[in-house]
Design a protein around this ligand. Structure first.
Ligand code: PEP
Ligand code: MN
Length: 346
């Protein structure tokens, strides 16, 4: 933190600020300037409370935080990338991870067809919501426990690990029995009770960015999970809400690159929710590879025309197969770039 005192603040005011800082457990690192004194403060403690208190003191012009408010998830804290291990795959490592499947689990036939098709086309994880966060209370809310059971069946048939959403802290134990990765949806990114429960769940967490959340808020939410005991968090950019209505959301592609600078956690992109249009999914997926995402999560349905949710953005199986073939040479370049990065890091 840095505290900038008002022009000609008195010696007494400066001393009081230093004392208050120490009461919060911080150390005064340096005091500079004659007319306008600037106080440098270091240490750990409740930064927000300290800043608010200092800013209310006489003689203080401004008190600002200079280091990031998130600690465990920051690159400064841990320069090496986190590898999240899921069923023999390493997310954040030298494999570009593809998670694919329908928006919702709808029936045994639907999820089995989807699972077999995406496995054959080279996906690493099967996605599918059993608990669905729908904007309208009258829309399909998911098959819940029956959906989880079908996901297990699909895993047994294909060997694909499962990523599925958990909406409430009350369901964490149940979902963790079936899921290899616990998805936190955009609408729940700041459900802090849920995030704390996921800190103790023993499963990796896929944390999707809220549609109106800043990158800092996303990282603070990840910090909740990590600070509560779970280091295995994967971040997901899934588009944000802007003035643009031509796409369902606006894909903040630069967020992927920025997150890679700010955090050591793996970052994936969701081209389906980011665009809302299946025709755009392959191009945005290529962009995910090019910008250095660790993977994608993409919606695929055996018959999108009949999908109960998100049919317009779901790829047909043949489109997914074509996209995987189209991505292959880009993924080769991605791997080469990863190897170069790893070599430079050594
Ligand atoms: C989903 O993955 O189907 C979903 C609901 O995504 P989001 O939370 O990003 O809207
Ligand atoms: Mn969806």
């Amino acid at each position: 933190m840095i505290v900038s005192m008002k022009l000609h603040a008195t010696r007494e005011e400066i001393d009081r600020v230093c004392e208050r800082v120490q009461e919060f457990g911080y150390r005064v690192h340096s005091i500079e300037g004659e007319e306008r004194v600037v106080i440098g403060i270091v240490g750990t403690g409740d930064v927000t409370a300290c800043l608010e208190s200092i800013e209310a003191m006489p003689g203080v012009e401004k008190a600002v935080r200079i280091s990031a408010p998130y600690k465990f998830v920051s690159r400064e804290f841990r320069p090496a990338k986190t590898l999240v291990r899921v069923d023999g795959h390493e997310i954040g490592g030298d494999q570009f991870i593809v998670m694919a499947g329908p928006c919702s689990v709808e029936s045994e036939r639907q999820i089995m067809q989807a699972a077999e098709a995406v496995a054959a086309a080279g996906a690493h994880l099967l996605r599918g919501g059993a608990f669905k966060p729908r904007t309208s209370p009258y829309d399909f809310q998911g098959m819940e426990i029956d959906g989880l059971r079908l996901l297990r069946k699909a895993k047994q048939a294909t060997g694909l690990a499962i990523v599925t959403e958990v909406m409430s802290d009350r369901d964490v134990e149940l979902v963790a029995e079936y899921a290899d990765v616990m998805q936190v949806g955009a609408r729940n990114m700041q459900n802090f009770v849920l995030l704390k429960a996921l800190g103790r769940c023993g499963r990796p967490v896929l944390l999707k960015r809220g549609m109106s959340s800043t990158i800092k808020e996303l990282l603070m939410s990840a910090e909740y999970v990590v600070a509560h005991g779970n280091p295995n968090v994967i971040l997901c950019e899934r588009g944000i809400r802007t003035f643009e209505t031509a796409t369902r959301n606006t894909c903040d592609i630069a967020a992927v690159a920025l997150l890679n600078e700010l955090t050591h956690l793996p970052v994936i992109l969701d081209p389906s929710h980011a665009t809302g249009k299946r025709s755009l999914v392959p191009a945005v997926s290529r962009a995910a590879v090019a910008i250095g995402a660790d993977g994608i999560i993409v919606e695929v349905h055996p018959c999108p025309e009949k999908a109960i949710s998100d049919g317009a953005q779901s790829l047909h199986i043949e489109e997914f197969e074509a996209m995987m073939a189209d991505l292959a040479p880009y993924i080769e370049l991605w791997k080469a770039a990863r190897m170069t990065l790893a070599a430079v890091a050594v």
